[in-house]
Design a protein around this ligand. Structure first.
Ligand code: SF4
Length: 320
């Protein structure tokens, strides 16, 4: 636990506390399990965030917040929604570098990374501005199945796009992780998992992560479509981990417990790293009940800094 002071108030934070910049809620996909949406609805809140409209005012507020972030926090993730839809993204990445963050990550569905930006593309601009890590969400290596789950409305990210994203990232030393969720009609067992990892490994990606669907507080939620989808599609990760531990193709390199919301099972599959993340319920309950500790900081598009994904909750610095 690390103690820090912000605007004269003392706080305790976990050692691996990270900063997240939540850029916007809009997205060109409509994943049946969208975690960004569920995180809100789980708290009986509507998924509609207020924003600072003026770029100049937003960046001024962001600079103010970044100058207050305690020095021990060196990792930042820029997320949404789809952050690449927001024209502020390249400047936000540059600001993270300016303020000394050493791990600067963007989570994305990949759709706009190859969009033209002058003579270059968005991904190259982000790399030039300081991007160090990229987490790309992908439900299946099969385009048709992926579309059924992610439901891109326009500019879907294709496997050929991913091939190019992997090429650009690896030639510039950016760590690219491809991330998925186990679903009955998607990647649902060791065979489909192996085929997914092999498919993108052959393109040059060597880092993968899979989780199970989150538990939601259904009594708070009214989005019946998503509730029903999650109930129908849930695949229990502990059963898959148990099978992987017995399968010669999956070599357990290490298990990391008690350090985050997930217990991480780190496997080697033919030279690629696959992390299976099982929710650590003890850790999650601690976080729910321990209101004196900060597990992560989030800058919301309305200019507030809070320790919650839901804007308006646990605000440390309010934009006024
Ligand atoms: S790509 Fe991400 S933000 Fe967009 S709908 Fe899917 S889970 Fe939600």
């Amino acid at each position: 636990m690390i103690e820090f002071e912000l605007l004269g108030k003392k706080y305790n934070a976990i050692d691996n506390c990270e900063l997240s910049i939540y850029l916007n809620e809009s997205c060109n996909a409509d994943c049946c399990f969208c975690i960004a949406q569920m995180r809100y609805e789980d708290r009986a809140k509507a998924f509609k965030k207020s924003i600072i409209r003026s770029d100049a005012v937003y960046f001024e507020q962001l600079d103010k917040i970044l100058s207050l972030i305690p020095q021990f926090i060196k990792s930042v993730t820029i997320t949404g929604g789809e952050p690449c839809l927001n024209p502020r993204l390249p400047i936000v990445v540059a600001k993270m570098k300016e303020h000394g963050f050493t791990r600067i990550c963007v989570t994305t569905n990949g759709s706009f990374l190859l969009r033209k930006e002058g003579n270059s593309n968005l991904l190259s601009v982000l790399i030039e501005n300081g991007l160090t890590n990229l987490v790309l969400s992908r439900s299946s290596e099969n385009e048709e199945i992926n579309q059924k789950i992610m439901r891109f409305q326009y500019e879907a990210c294709s496997n050929e796009d991913i091939r190019e994203i992997i090429r650009i990232s690896s030639s510039h030393g950016v760590n690219l992780r491809i991330s998925g969720i186990f679903l009955k009609n998607g990647v649902n067992d060791l065979e489909t998992l192996f085929s997914y990892v092999s498919h993108y490994s052959k393109m040059g990606c060597s880092d993968f992560r899979f989780r199970e669907l989150m538990d939601n507080n259904e009594s708070n939620m009214c989005n019946m479509e998503k509730i029903e989808f999650c109930a129908k599609e849930r695949v229990l990760i502990h059963e898959l981990i148990a099978s992987a531990l017995k399968d010669k193709r999956f070599f357990l390199k290490k298990k990391i417990e008690g350090k985050s919301f997930f217990n991480n099972y780190v496997f080697d599959i033919e030279g690629a790293t696959l992390v299976l993340q099982e929710e650590d319920s003890e850790y999650v309950n601690d976080q729910r009940n321990n209101h004196n500790c900060i597990y992560g900081l989030v800058v919301h598009p309305n200019g507030d800094l809070s320790s919650s994904w839901a804007d308006g909750d646990n605000v440390l610095l309010k934009y006024e």
